[in-house]
Design a protein around this ligand. Sequence first.
Ligand code: AMP
Length: 632
Amino acid sequence: MGNYKEFYRRSIEGRDAFWAEQAKLIDWHRPFDSVLDYSKPPFAKWFVGGQTNLCHNALDRHLKERAEQKALVYISSETGQQQTYSYRELHAEVNRFAAILQSQGVEKGDRVIVYMPMIAEAVFAMLACARIGAIHSVVFGGFAPASLATRIDDAKPKLMVTADAGMRGGKIIPYKPLVDEALRLAQFPPEKVLICDRSLDKQLTRVEGRDLDYASLREQHLDATVAPVWLESSEPSYILYTSGTTGKPKGVQRDTGGHAVALIASMRHIYTGQPGETMFTASDIGWVVGHSYIVYGPLLNGMTTIVYEGLPIRPDAGIWWKIVAENQVNVMFTSPTAIRVLKKQPPEYLHKYDVSCLRSLYLAGEPLDEPTARWIADALQVNIVDNYWQTETGWPILSSVPGIEDTPRKFGSPSFAAYGFDLKLLHESTGQEVGVNEKGVLTAVPPLPPGCLSTVWGDDKRFVETYFSSFDNQQVYTTFDWATQDADGYYFILGRTDDVINVAGHRLGTREIEEAISAHNNIAEVAVVGVHDEIKGQAVMAFAVVKDPSRTATPEAAALMEKEVMATVDKQLGAIARPAKVHFVTLLPKTRSGKLLRRSIQAIAEGRDPGDLTTLDDVGALEQIRNAVAGK
Ligand code: AMP
């Protein structure tokens, strides 16, 4: 055990030496010439000139010592399937998958969209892309065809990987019809679609010449060995789309070398996972947590990773603890929402299994409230580590770092800056650093450490303008979160500075949902806000103005219209963005210059003071919001 303050200091003041040391945790095919090229701020290139491969580091590197160790355990409480892959077996599957991709002409730098349920083949696909230097872009399976099409058009993939269907809560969800629809909507559809047929959707149809069957191609490549393609450290490994203030999602681009080093270092120092141990991250490969801590982190670190398809409460609320006990899980990672869901269940499930193997539970993605943290800490008798980060950073910005020093944690706080992050809390308008316990915007002085986004895919200008242009007098990375720091240095996150909503740890853009709702032909205007929700943290609430008022004139008509609006969102974005409630009004609160006053609407919807209203154009609009929320 060392001293975290000293470790952190070295990461900032002796930056290059610090990261050169961490870089020894992975294999380099060619050593790097310099640790950092920061000649074009704020673009940071880590481990310049070095050549490496993520898949080699996640699999091949371990074959000598741990070929027969479990690498991946796939468990589906939906289909009842369970399958274990040793490092040797996973390596073989990934080689087959890589050979299939190559047989379809996929080469280094080509994009591959992965639109998959939580099955082992999704992980094969990601690692196979990494092996041949193709850039994967995993799209969460819950996204609707229109969202998928937007991402396809931005990434312009050569090939897409999907499955016949997923399953959720015992219900089969066909994926292929969604893919067909997305490809119909897309301007730049991929030439080929590789389908993993799980025999769930009996109506699966294939398009001649475009759609390929994974099982038959796998048979043809059973003995394939595909040499890893060595990439220069800053060449891209993946793109992951995330929401912001505009309607257009941003493609977060991750590099190769910095990504590998950052993740393995975080596994050791933050998540305290040892090679040979087991990690269970209950998330989805469609999110950054899934990329970093279901797939790459644990495998880079020689651990066993659990890939779980299912809900936390099915067949009963003991399923996760059963998985922990049966697989001797040492480290677990999930979201506060999942714990709040479990908290509503009968407590006996928590004591049904022996979970003494579990050391720590890491929670991230949204604020962790104290009652939830205390409840799960008492119930499991394990360390609870609240860690704060973003799709953009790929690994924690704020966390305690128990692998270096087990500093005391404070409930409600994700502790302090992770090594490598030079953080500043800045006053929103002056850009001056705020004092102890004063609210400021959480920012990081660039260069950002390894593993963070290198740019926005295909749009360097957007990268600079979105993340580094919030303050006139300095170029800092903005997290878009408010925070305070107490006298002991602990940070507390207070919520977003922009109009982003966080539902169950998933980021949704208000503009995106508003645009989706506007696709309904009877909607003239709409405002979307996030309101406090006891389980999910926030819920989506919409206030809409209709074109034809007769369609909301009676409560029955309004209820019907609300259903239609919800269905429109399901179709445009997916059910995860569906508003929990749609209120109909005749006027929306705006400034005189026509800007929507979302924060005032949100305050009223949450029963808070709407704040300064001097710029409001028509007070009647706020009255309508108030009445709508009160059900008048
Ligand atoms: P995403 O990129 O979807 O993971 O969302 C990142 C956002 O989630 C952050 O900007 C925060 O607003 C929020 N967030 C993530 N982790 C935490 C945490 N531990 N505490 C509070 N908010 C968090």
